[in-house]
Every structure is written in structure tokens, then in C-alpha cells.
Design a binder for this molecule. Structure first.
Ligand code: FNR
Ligand code: LAC
Length: 409
């Protein structure tokens, strides 16, 4: 390299350093650039956290996180659904200011990427849900806390400045369920996100040896008396004492009345059920196939989304999870009508690999990728991301208004 080149490189480095020092939006880049314990964590590509997590997790824990239901056809489909989509960029839009904020259930979120409820965080890292909460707080994401949290929700709430939501697995003991919901709401949970795709678990062939270590406590289920409520049933083998398979549409009013905050159904795939959700008073739906962990051979959630959005017809927010790994996946889901998306495995791999900093890094990478995807498609805000961003947008969501933000730029 000539000395002239070295000089230019130096100037570029200095200019970058100055630039990153300036903007508030660049503060997370500054953190990435600063040498720290997080220096060994990947700075791009959330997929890189999986092999790191695998090295740190027991085989039992890794298999539990990674695997899916049946032959994992739906789990693979979740990725393939995104991979099939093609984008149509708009050029020469002034993208110097990008805005990823969304408003959901009365909270302004810095980004439309939330952390999905995942059970047993202390199985993946000693600091468990507290590390997740700190990572979510630092990176500006809302955190949906699982019923199967291994840390008390009150304590989690103290470790994040961002919204927390409560994911509910309804228990057979409804008085206990009511108490559980109300404790979560009193601790600060802004919504109750009831999981409706799990009356029983899917056939998880890679999780047959799963067993929760004795030292981990399901903190929010403390005091639940399983013996008293587990029914004796002919097909009892498929049921699990910690899911109530009798919970149904008629119980939704009851849940709404005890929750007193918005109630969201997580795990809606059939557009007919989307309509029923609205008719039965749900405040939101999450299109999810549980990361491909339950019923196998269902479609990719991104393929389901346009029909769900059509069925719900703007009456309540539609969100999506399962298979989100890239900023372009987030962009695609928003373009097809999702108000927000959730990630599961990627942040758990981040947690296992680097605790709070790992969680923060995963969220930051996805957020940066979303911003890059916005800039490169000429979309400056979440509101500007619509189905015109697809190469073949007629196949995506024909019913959505076609509008090119570039036209008015
Ligand atoms: C989950 N998921 C889940 N969902 C839920 O409602 N309550 C729960 O306790 C859990 N637990 C859980 C554990 C693990 C290890 C995984 C991987 C997933 C499902 C989760 O909320 C979400 O729907 C999927 O993880 C989304 O798919 P991706 O992002 O993992 O592909
Ligand atoms: C799972 C449950 C706990 O997916 O939701 O493992």
C-alpha cells in the first residue's frame, strides 16, 4: 500500500470515528467498536451466534432450543418462505433520516423487533431472564416474558427500561391462572399474550430426553398444585400438566376481564381464526407456528401473513414470528402488513454466547440490517414499508394500497 493510500485510510478512519462520536443513533456502533468483554461476539449475521451457543450449552439444552416438531418441515419452511421473496428497491430517495419507531398498545417502541417468549432462560445463561432484560433494555426492544420464566417477573421488570409483556400458558387451575396474570400485570406487563397453539406440545423427536435441571425454578408457577388438577384421561399420554387443553373461545371474555390490559393471541395461523379472534374481542394476533415446534407441515408464517391481514382487515394489530433471521425478513413482514415481529432462537443463542451483551448484540445487528434494508429500498419510516417493496407485489398482498414513497420524495 502506498503512503498516499495509508493516509487516505487514516483520514477515513478518523472521519468515521468522528461521525460515530456525533450522532445519538450511532451510539450503539460506538459500543460495538469499543473493546470490551463483548469484543469476541459477532458484529454481523445473527446466525453466527448459534455455533457459539452450541459450544456453551449442554446437548440437552441446545437440542431443546434448536429443534422443531415432527420432521421440521415447517421449521425449514419458515426460512424458505422468506428466501422466496424478492425486493424491488427504489433509488434516489433521501434516506439520511430513518425512523424505525412503532406504536403498539400504547407504548412507543424504538424498533418493531420484540423478543418472543422463550421458556427457562437460566438454562442458557446463569443470569437468565435478567441478562435478557438488560440486553433488551440496552438495545431498545420490548421483551415478552414466558409463563415458564426462571426469574420472578418483578425482578425482571427492575432490569429493563423497555416495555415488558406477559406470555400466558393457561393452567387448569383457573384461580391460579387469574392470580398469575394479575401478578404479571401488577409487575408492569403491558399486555397478556396468550399462547393458543399449544393445547399439547408437538412431536419433538429431538427433545425426548429433555428434563429441567433441579436447581431451576419456574418462578411464576410457584405454588401451583399440579396433582390436584391434572385430569385422568384415556389419551392422557399426550397431555402435559402445565397446559390446559380445555381452554377455548368461550374462555376469552373471562381472560380479558381478569387481565385488564390488551389480550393478544399468539399462534394464530388460520385466517378464519383471525376473524374469530376479532369477533371474540382479542386485541391483537401473532401469526406464529411456534418456530415450527408444534404442528408440523403447516405453512411458513410469512406465507400466511397476507391472508391473515386481509381477514383481520385492520381491526386489530397483526404481528408475526417464526424464522426471522435477517433485517430483510423484518422488512418483508412489515411490508405484508405486520405491525411488529418477534424473534426467538436468535436472541437465545445471543444470551447463551454472551449474556446481556449477546442479547443486545443480536437485537442491534437485526436493527442495523433493517435500517440498511430500509435505506436500500428507499423506505424512510415503518409507515413507508408496504407491499410495493416487493418485486412481484401483486402476488404478495393484492388488497393492500399500492403506493410508492419514492414518488413523493
Ligand atoms: C419457544 N416458544 C415459546 N412460546 C411461548 O408462547 N411460550 C414459551 O414458553 C415458549 N418457549 C420456547 C422455548 C424455546 C427454546 C423456543 C425456541 C421457542 C416459541 C417462541 O415464542 C416463538 O414463537 C418462536 O421461537 C419463534 O420462532 P424463531 O424465531 O425461534 O424461529
Ligand atoms: C416450547 C414451549 C415451552 O416451545 O413453548 O418449548
Amino acid at each position: 500500500m502506498t503512503s498516499e493510500h495509508a493516509n487516505i485510510d487514516q483520514q477515513i478512519d478518523n472521519a468515521r470515528a468522528n461521525f460515530y462520536e456525533q450522532g445519538a443513533t450511532m451510539s450503539r456502533w460506538r459500543k460495538l467498536l469499543r473493546p470490551s468483554a463483548a469484543a469476541s461476539l459477532p458484529t454481523a449475521d445473527v446466525m453466527q451466534f448459534e455455533p457459539l451457543a452450541r459450544q456453551r450449552l449442554s446437548k440437552m439444552a441446545y437440542d431443546y432450543v434448536r429443534s422443531g416438531g415432527g420432521d421440521e418441515i415447517s421449521m425449514r419452511e419458515n426460512r424458505q418462505g422468506f428466501e422466496r421473496l424478492q425486493l424491488a428497491p427504489n433509488i434516489l430517495v433521501d434516506v439520511s433520516q430513518l425512523d424505525t419507531r412503532v406504536n403498539l398498545f400504547g407504548s412507543e417502541l424504538e424498533s418493531p423487533v420484540l423478543l418472543a417468549p422463550v421458556a427457562y432462560h437460566r438454562l442458557y445463561h446463569a443470569e437468565g431472564e435478567l441478562a435478557t432484560a438488560r440486553g433488551a433494555s440496552a438495545a431498545g426492544s420490548a421483551f415478552v416474558i414466558s409463563t415458564f420464566t426462571t426469574t420472578a417477573i418483578e425482578e425482571i421488570a427492575r432490569h429493563t427500561q423497555r416495555p415488558i409483556w406477559f406470555q400466558l400458558y393457561v393452567q387448569r387451575d383457573r384461580a391460579f391462572t387469574k392470580d398469575m396474570v394479575q401478578r404479571a400485570v401488577a409487575a408492569g406487563c403491558k399486555t397478556v399474550c396468550v399462547t393458543v397453539d399449544t393445547p399439547v406440545l408437538g412431536c419433538r423427536y429431538s427433545q425426548l430426553s429433555f428434563g429441567l435441571p433441579k436447581n431451576l425454578e419456574l418462578a411464576h408457577l410457584r405454588g401451583l398444585n399440579l396433582g390436584a388438577t391434572t385430569p385422568q384421561h384415556k389419551s392422557g399420554r399426550i397431555f402435559d400438566p402445565i397446559f390446559d387443553p380445555s381452554f377455548n373461545w368461550r374462555d376469552l371474555d373471562w381472560l380479558r376481564s381478569v387481565a385488564g390490559v390488551p389480550v393478544i393471541l399468539k399462534g394464530v395461523l388460520n385466517p378464519e381464526d383471525g376473524k374469530r379472534a376479532v369477533e371474540n374481542g382479542a386485541d391483537g394476533v401473532i401469526v406464529s407456528n411456534h418456530g415450527g415446534r408444534n404442528l408440523d407441515t403447516v405453512p411458513a408464517t410469512i406465507d400466511v401473513l397476507p391472508r391473515m391481514v386481509e381477514a383481520v382487515a385492520g381491526r386489530i394489530p397483526v404481528m408475526l414470528d417464526s424464522g426471522i433471521r435477517r433485517g430483510t425478513d423484518v422488512l418483508a413482514a412489515l411490508a405484508l402488513g405486520a405491525k411488529a415481529v418477534l424473534i426467538g432462537r436468535p436472541y437465545i443463542y445471543g444470551l447463551a454466547a454472551g449474556g446481556a451483551q449477546g442479547v443486545e448484540r443480536v437485537i442491534t445487528i437485526l436493527r442495523d440490517e433493517l435500517e440498511r434494508a430500509m435505506a436500500l429500498t428507499g423506505r424512510r419510516s415503518i409507515a413507508e414499508i408496504d407491499s410495493t417493496v416487493f418485486w412481484n407485489h401483486a402476488a404478495g398482498a393484492a388488497s393492500r394500497t399500492m403506493r410508492s414513497p419514492a414518488a413523493g420524495a
